[in-house]
Design a protein around this ligand. Sequence first.
Ligand SMILES: Nc1nc2c(ncn2[C@@H]2O[C@H](COP(=O)(O)OP(=O)(O)OP(=O)(O)O)[C@@H](O)[C@H]2O)c(=O)[nH]1
Ligand SMILES: [Mg+2]
Length: 693
Amino acid sequence: MELDKARNVGILGHGGAGKTSLGEAMLFAGGITQRLGRVDDGTTAFDYEPEEIKRRISISTALHSLPWKKNHLVLIDSPGYAPFLADAVNCMRGFGGSVFILNPSAGLRVEAERLWERANEQGLRRLLFISKMDREKSNYKDAVNNVLAGLEARGIYLQMPVGAEESFKGVVDLIGMKAYLFEGDAGKFSETAIPDDLQDQAQEMRVQMIESVAETDDALLEKYLGGQELSPEELRSGIKKAVMDRRLFPIFFGSSTRLIGIPQLLDAIAEYLPSPLDEGEATGRNPVTAEAEKRSPDPNGPLAAYVFKTIIDPFAGKLSVMRVFSGKITTDHTVYNPNKQVKEKIGQMFHLEGKKQELVREAVAGEIVAAAKLKDVSSGDTLCEERAPIQFDGVAHFSPLISFALEPKTRADEDKVAQALQRTAEEDPTVETHRDSQTREFILSGMGQLHIEVIVDRLKRKYGCEVDLKAPKVPYKETVKVASSAQGKYKKQSGGRGQYGDTWLKIEPLPRGKGFEFLDKIVGGAIPKNYIPAVEKGVREAMAGGYLSGHPLVDVRVTLYDGSYHDVDSSDMAFKIAGSMGFKNAIEKAKPVILEPIMSMEVAVPEECVGDVIGDLNSRRGKVLGVDTKGHSQIIKAQVPMSEVLKYAPDLRSMTSGRGEFAMEFVRYDELPGHLTEKVVKESKAPDAAEEK
Ligand SMILES: Nc1nc2c(ncn2[C@@H]2O[C@H](COP(=O)(O)OP(=O)(O)OP(=O)(O)O)[C@@H](O)[C@H]2O)c(=O)[nH]1
Ligand SMILES: [Mg+2]
């Protein structure tokens, strides 16, 4: 493989923006598929999982390669809906560049904002694609400006659309000043002169484009201001440089479902998005010295590969999907995993082509490859050579937002469910599972109700486990409102070896989100230094169990300021218990309260439903922050307690006859209103009460 011809292209955008449809249009334009795959028919190469086909959305990132002219593209189609965004974010580490889809008339969705921020953090190079031009209006510019302003990005039009909505039929290339007009529904097009009625507008947009390019480069600017023409070659190389520096984001137009503008976008990918060579060095650190280590995309260098995704395949078993940044990875060779500090032998490897896997024996720098059945490898791990160790940052952590209890349909299934859940968590880092020690229920936490439902479907399909979902649980927390002090003394000195630990603790509230601080203010050796970690441990254990409702206590500072010890009877154990007792005694006087998670929501609904939806949000203790008009829909922004929107999806569906959409994300914890406290306390005590009977 020639490295300068390779492109790893991630497709990004908000939920339903048209990513998968674009990927399908590209596969068709490149001759990989003979019929255009359609999301609405469940016939795509990218959304191949039954859970995706059933819901018509992407849940998991999928890959497919595509030769385009002399280039070798790997398309990486990522999900866009909020509960599945973590996968898109983590897979970005495999991207060399990205096509970021905008739907200007839908406005700037939270999901797009989040993805854009993450892409900025990772220095990802991006082209912008305005898809669905067969539905967008011809006066798209204001809407595009709004979206770009929200993203704080500088767009530059390299194309102009010909027609819009029903009459959209092609694009004008503002560098070559040619039109590409499409006919029929199979992506056939002809290259022509710019239609007369568009000449003036095209000239105007071209001048703007040239000015934007010139502004990014002193030499070009001088030439331009001196009145000289910039050649197409100069423009292209200026644009490529600005794309590499993320100073400009070129804008293209098209329709995926009508196959318009796709070959031109593919040309632009080859022209402007980086090859692995252009991407340059990857930076990690030395796992021993923690110093920065760099690896260049050299197939003959030492191996450095990063596992960004894990797939549990019903046939191939566990697949670790990795991007090779340097050197090569070869079947039957042994690699070193610095995250786990183990060596492992590489077995079968595959290129992923949608749901198909193609066996390969080797993958070199720049490639993405999936290795089967690596026992100790998980997402976020680096694979390298032991003599040249390097470790990249692990996967991004996303805290689960919602928890459900699962009940296996038959008792005999319990072990199977436990194992299946563990595998699910291996595949999906946003899943957390544990078994409640009191109720023995399986608790499954994820990013939203839809996410949980998908997991339940998968448990059945992949592992043959049938489970019932029980009411969702809100991850409440507790905190205190005032400072207080108390003693915790654990003393048992009758017969045998005694126990003695004595602590005085002060607890104070910290600002929301600060977590926990432990201060050691012991003077004069009232408690010997070596027992102090045990006191802290006791406090932490007590915090985890909460005080009022069994939910973890947060946002407090605990100061250990006095105590006493016994030469013989004191021990770590005694001080741990004393710390925990002192903490509980102090909490009692510190006005403990329950905190509830608050979600920030964006609900997009048709005009006529706005009143009903706002009324409903108010009745859910929500605060409506504003309503924006975005094209055909109104976007209601609100903050609502999580407990009130656990099952929002079906309610919104019925309020808007299926035309509403929403996204939400966690913003902060607020104090639970007093009248609801008792209810939460009671619910949390219920299992206990049952056990006592
Ligand atoms: N009219 C029109 N519809 C489109 C176009 N592209 C996508 N759609 C439709 O938009 C809907 C969503 O398309 P997808 O391709 O699934 O969007 P996505 O971004 O992959 O969605 P997620 O992966 O679930 O976030 C489907 O109903 C598509 O048929 C387009 O260019 N024109
Ligand atoms: Mg999709």
